[in-house]
Design a protein around this ligand. Sequence first.
Ligand SMILES: [Zn+2]
Length: 189
Amino acid sequence: MNEARVAELIRELLTEIGEDPDREGLKRTPERVAKTWAFLSAGYHMDVDRVINGAVFEAHVNNMIIARDIEVYSLCEHHMLPFFGRCHIGYIAQDRVLGISKLARIAEIFARRLQIQERLTTQIAEGLQEAVKPRGVGVVVEAFHLCLAMRGVEKQNAYMTTSEVLGDFRDDRATREEFLQLLRRRHAR
Ligand SMILES: [Zn+2]
């Protein structure tokens, strides 16, 4: 991303919305916004293999592994406004497990792009499926959409829940039920 060029565009945007980009408070705003966008769109330059970087371990485990309440922050592609919330990821290991922090990193790869929540959910599931080759993957994302809340449309529906299930989570009802049941349970602490 060409930060100087983006800063220029933000300066023009400020003028167009009726601001004075030269006033004290806005002086460094275009540069700051450009830097922020470089960070928020970093997912375009990341891929699952590179992020996981060998953190898949051989292990004789074949049970369900779940990481709950992973924070996700993304941007809706229709309004370029944030949607954010929590992501829950489960998979059934098949002699390979992934370092737990890497689950959050996988979510990040796809969240730091312009998204719709449905696609974000699917991409996280497929990314994990491809990287770890488990028997199945389940992903649930619960998020609050500022484009709905801030613009005053459908305020009550600004929360959305999406899910994606692959493999055993899709084909086996009991597995899917177990996953959803575990998500409902309270934290130990
Ligand atoms: Zn939107």
